[in-house]
Design a protein around this ligand. Structure first.
Ligand code: AMP
Ligand code: MG
Length: 362
C-alpha cells in the first residue's frame, strides 16, 4: 500500500495531513465471527485501521499507541488533526495505563456507567501519543458495552483509538453499510455488528474537582450524571455555535458536523405551526423530518424519525443519510425535545441544520 503524500509537521504536537490519496483497497464487510475478529485484530496489530461496531456509532479503530496507524485514521476520514480521538478499552485496568491523576469522581462515573456510552476526558499518560489526543494533554477514554468491540480490543491486547467511521463532516454511521458507503476502498475490513442500539455518539465529560462538565451530550443524560456529581455544567459548545478558530474544551464541537448535502432547517413549535410553515414553502424537492405520531398533509413528503427521544437518537443519522439518497434539496425538521437523550438529538440536529432554527412566535 502506498501512502504517497507528504506530511507537514505543523507543530511538535499537531500534525497536518496535506492531501490524501489512496491505493484502492478491497473493503470486506465481515460477520463478527471469532475468526473474523482475529483477522481484524491482526490487521490492527499490523498498523491498519478497521471499522468496528459499538453501541453508539461505528468506529474506525487503530492501535492508540501507534502514531503511524493513528495517522491513517486521520487520513482515511479526512479529519482535522486537532480533533482528538476517543481511546476504547476492554476493561477498567487498561484505564490506569492511559490516564494519570484520576479523580475519585471519575472512578464513580466508571463504576456506574461503564461499560457504556460515556467518555471521560482525563490527563493523559506519556503512553498516549499527541497525535491520538489531537495535541492535548488530556485523553478521552471509553469502555464500550458492545461485545464485538470488546472482543476486538481483547484480541488486539491494545487500547483502540476510534473516532466515528464516517468521512469527516458527514452523518455518523450506525450500520456497517453506512461505513462502507463512506470508506469503501480506503480500508480493508468492516466488522458488521448490526445496527447500533444507541445511535448517537457517546456522552463526553471532563472533571473540575467534584463537578462534571458536559462537553458532548449522549445517551447518558444530565440527570444520569447528577446521580454521581454535586453539579453538572453544560459546556457552552453543547448548544451554541463555536467559531472554527476558537479554543474549545471539546474540539469536535466546533467542526461542521453531521451535515447532509440538503439544506436543513429546524422548526421549533407545534405541529400546526410546522405544517403551516412548510405548506407555504413546499416544493418538489422539499421533505420534512417529523415524529412518528405527527399528522401532516399528504402533499408534504415526509420521513419519520421516531416518537421517543431514544428512538430519535437511534434513527437520526440514518435519516440524515436517507435525505441525501432521495435527493432532497430542502428539509424542514421538527425540533426534538432537549430532555434526557433528547439533548443529544437536538445537539446533532442543530449542527445538521447549521444552527438555522425557526421559532413559533418569533
Ligand atoms: P468522534 O470520535 O468522532 O465522536 O469524536 C470524538 C470527540 O470527543 C471529539 O471530537 C471531541 O469533541 C471529544 N474528545 C475526545 N477527546 C477529547 C479530549 N481529550 N478533550 C476534549 N474532548 C475530547
Ligand atoms: Mg465523529
Amino acid at each position: 500500500m502506498l501512502w504517497l503524500l507528504p506530511i507537514r509537521l505543523q507543530s511538535s504536537r499537531c500534525r497536518k495531513v496535506t492531501t490524501n490519496r489512496f491505493d484502492f483497497m478491497d473493503t470486506k464487510v465481515l460477520k463478527p465471527t471469532k475468526e473474523n475478529i482475529s483477522y481484524c485484530a491482526e490487521l490492527i496489530k499490523g498498523g491498519e485501521v478497521v471499522g468496528m461496531p459499538t453501541e453508539t456509532v461505528y468506529g474506525l479503530a487503530a492501535n492508540a499507541f501507534d502514531e503511524a496507524a493513528v495517522e491513517k485514521i486521520f487520513k482515511v476520514k479526512n479529519r482535522p488533526a486537532d480533533n482528538p480521538l476517543i481511546v476504547h478499552i476492554a476493561d477498567i485496568d487498561m484505564l490506569k495505563e492511559l490516564a494519570v491523576d484520576i479523580p475519585d469522581i471519575a472512578l464513580s462515573v466508571c463504576k456506574k456507567f461503564w461499560p457504556g456510552p460515556i467518555t471521560l476526558v482525563l490527563p493523559k499518560s506519556d503512553k498516549i501519543p499527541f497525535i491520538t489526543s489531537g495535541g492535548l494533554d488530556t485523553v478521552g477514554i471509553r469502555l464500550p458495552s458492545n461485545e464485538v468491540a470488546r472482543e476486538l480490543i481483547k484480541a488486539c491486547g491494545l487500547p483502540l483509538a476510534a473516532p466515528s467511521a464516517n468521512l469527516s463532516g458527514s452523518p455518523s454511521p450506525t450500520t456497517a453499510e453506512h461505513v462502507f458507503d463512506d470508506l469503501n476502498g480506503r480500508i480493508y475490513a468492516i466488522l458488521d455488528g448490526g445496527r447500533c442500539s444507541v445511535g448517537v455518539e457517546s456522552t463526553v465529560i471532563s472533571f473540575e474537582s467534584d463537578i462534571i462538565r458536559l462537553l458532548r451530550p449522549g445517551r447518558i443524560s444530565v440527570d444520569d450524571l447528577k446521580t454521581v456529581a454535586s453539579e453538572v455544567i453544560i459546556d457552552k459548545g453543547v448548544l451554541d455555535v463555536i467559531s472554527n478558530d476558537s479554543k474549545v474544551k471539546s474540539p469536535g464541537m466546533k467542526y461542521k458536523h453531521y451535515s447532509p448535502k440538503a439544506d436543513v432547517v429546524l422548526v421549533d413549535g407545534s405541529i400546526e405551526f410546522f405544517e403551516r410553515y412548510v405548506s407555504e414553502r413546499n416544493s418538489a424537492d422539499t421533505y420534512v423530518l417529523i415524529f412518528d405520531n405527527d399528522n401532516i398533509s399528504d402533499d408534504i413528503k415526509s420521513i419519520r424519525y421516531g416518537s421517543t427521544s431514544e428512538q430519535q437518537a437511534e434513527r437520526i443519522f440514518a435519516v440524515l443519510r436517507e435525505i441525501d439518497k432521495i435527493g432532497a434539496k430542502k428539509v424542514y425538521a421538527r425540533c426534538p425535545s432537549k430532555d434526557g437523550v433528547g439533548l443529544a438529538v437536538y445537539n446533532r440536529m442543530i449542527r445538521a441544520a447549521g444552527f438555522k432554527v425557526i421559532k413559533e412566535g418569533d
